[in-house]
Design a protein around this ligand. Structure first.
Ligand code: 6PG
Length: 253
């Protein structure tokens, strides 16, 4: 695990873009919400180097989770990524693996996406080269919320939990898939995340209450790319002292 603290959300996005280019992933699971939008925009910005450094035609794009809405709905993660990235660069349509959340039955959308994953990765548990995740203020990640039955899912690759607090279904990759990722990168920015980030990093693991703590890849690495505002309660004095920061995380649960 590593924790890297940056001055601003823009620097977090730039660090994530460099991470992507250095890794040159062939399979990527994209997170939704608002935080990763800056990264997606930066990757295709013609005034930046990243666009020319990514093999768009050789990369397959998946989603960590989706809201139970059609792809043109304002809450759609696909719509956000399409507006920020897909629509601004040439990517073979078959490389974009959208969650078919327009399906009126969320469970059927989950099954369809599981089939898509199995078709692409084969029968084994998918091992994404790169997975992006966010962190909700109450500790959820992807669409795995505190107390969710998804936390104990060990067979399925994709689930469709009903999220009480949202009074809505979500479709999400499950922990077997997320914890089989080769590189998992959390992007967390803003003062509103300071309390929960401190909790996720500094307190002993209670994944049922704080699902982000359930992310612990078996054969992979986790990186937390965060800004100073989010790290306010858990950062060391020198925000760019990588060694000091990683000490923060090498605690035994
Ligand atoms: C979603 C996300 C979710 C997100 C967190 C953080 O569909 O909303 O995948 O897990 O990463 O809610 O959201 P923000 O980046 O908007 O704070």
């Amino acid at each position: 695990m590593e924790l890297k603290i940056f001055e601003s959300p823009a620097e977090v996005a730039r660090a994530a873009a460099k991470y992507w280019v250095n890794l040159n992933p062939k399979s990527v699971a994209l997170s939704g919400g608002s935080t990763p939008r800056a990264l997606y925009q930066l990757l295709v910005d013609p005034n930046e180097p990243f666009r020319e450094q990514i093999a768009w035609d050789k990369t397959h794009f998946f989603f960590t989770d989706e809201r139970h809405v059609p792809p043109d709905h304002p809450d759609s993660n696909y719509r956000m990524v399409n507006e920020a990235m897909f629509s601004r660069v040439s990517i073979p349509q078959q490389n974009i693996h959208r969650i078919p959340a327009e399906n009126p039955v969320a469970e059927d959308a989950a099954k369809a996406y599981e089939n898509d994953l199995r078709n692409f990765f084969g029968e084994a548990i998918p091992a994404f080269d790169l997975i992006f995740l966010g962190l909700g203020e109450e500790g959820h990640t992807a669409s795995i919320f505190p107390g969710s039955e998804v936390l104990s899912e060990t067979e399925r690759l994709v689930a469709a939990p009903f999220v009480e607090k949202l009074n809505s279904y979500r479709i999400t990759l499950t922990l077997p898939v997320l914890n089989n990722g080769k590189s998992v990168v959390f992007l967390v920015t803003g003062a509103s995340k300071a309390e929960i980030l401190r909790e996720v990093i500094k307190t002993d693991k209670k994944p049922d209450l704080c699902p982000a703590q359930a992310i612990s890849p078996t054969n992979g690495a986790v990186s937390w790319l965060v800004d100073k505002a989010a790290a306010r309660l858990c950062s060391t004095s020198n925000s760019s002292n990588a060694a000091a920061e990683s000490d923060l995380l090498n605690k035994k649960p």
